[in-house]
Design a protein around this ligand. Structure first.
Ligand SMILES: [Zn+2]
Length: 296
């Protein structure tokens, strides 16, 4: 089974204005050919995607399933639609393709009791398997105030996928340093944590943490940002993870964020075709490891 362990679905109304602008930044490379004064609402449709658009990408890429990750940015800037409604849209939309999608809950743990209620609701109603977290909205993963949230995640048997590495606009990447997760990894050995994007600029920390903690994992989504300008770097990163942490890393695309610069289908082809590891290691990256993480 081939799994894309990191994709997003959203419509314009699900994201605050600042985030919409951020996600459109790659388009600025094209600003010579487009009128940058245009209303962001008119440009956004390129990045507004629902489950049927995702399925088209999965089919074109010969990928069986995708882990769908909503993100709660609303405590930083309120979007037009509330976070519970956005999550409901994710689960209802993904329910149309139950064999192809694995929707996660997207909630900011700073919401306290409201966050716990969301965990309970989406787990009991939709059998959610995990939660996407985004610390740059303003919290360190080792803060005591997040403890009740972790307890509930652990009780419900959920998997965590956390953003790591760079963050933009008003979000601060100081919160996204992987090392702040070590207390969690120690305290909750039965709960799996995936630190996304190989930890970004903190890659070495993630490699070491994956070695040290049996419940620590990572994904290689967004690595295609190196492509097409520097394909050697992307390939050397793949070779490094294949040698260092072959049982700890999963393939991901971060769909739809790179579709205009380097499509997910091209990225999947790149990973499959380049000689960075043997077929056994590639099969683990392309789905075997994520199956183990999620217990599916
Ligand atoms: Zn992402």
């Amino acid at each position: 089974m081939i799994i894309d362990s990191h994709v997003h679905l959203w419509l314009r109304d699900h994201l605050p204005n600042k985030m919409v602008r951020m996600y459109l930044e790659p388009l600025q490379a094209l600003k010579d050919v487009m009128d940058w004064e245009v209303d962001i609402d008119n440009v956004w449709p390129e990045y507004g995607v629902n489950a049927s658009a995702l399925i088209e990408m999965l089919d074109a890429s010969s990928i069986d399933k995708a882990v769908v990750l909503p993100i709660d940015f609303n405590l930083v800037e309120q979007s037009r639609i509330g976070i519970e409604e956005y999550n409901t849209w994710i689960f209802e939309n993904c329910n149309m393709y139950p064999d192809r999608t694995i929707p996660f809950i997207g909630v900011d743990p700073q919401r306290g009791k409201e966050a716990l209620k969301m965990l309970d609701h989406f787990t009991s109603k939709y059998n959610a398997l995990g939660v996407k977290l985004y610390p740059p909205t303003g919290w360190y993963p080792n803060e005591e105030r997040i403890g009740a949230f972790y307890d509930r995640v652990d009780d419900l048997g959920l998997t965590l996928i956390t953003h790591a590495g760079a963050a933009w606009t008003s979000l601060d990447d100081k919160y996204a340093e992987p090392k702040y997760w070590t207390e969690f990894l120690d305290k909750y050995p039965d709960t799996n944590l995936v630190i996304a994007h190989l930890g970004g600029k903190w890659r070495q920390q993630v490699l070491e943490m994956c070695d040290t903690y049996s419940n620590c994992f990572t994904d290689c989504s967004a690595l295609q940002g190196w492509l097409p300008s520097d394909p050697e770097t992307a390939e050397s990163r793949l070779r490094e993870i294949g040698e260092r942490i072959p049982d700890k890393v999963s393939f991901g695309t971060d769909y739809p964020l790179f579709e205009l610069s380097y499509t997910s289908t091209m990225w999947a082809d790149f990973v499959r075709s380049k000689p960075w590891a043997n077929e056994d290691v590639k099969a683990k990256l392309m789905g075997g490891n994520m199956r183990k993480i999620l217990g599916i």
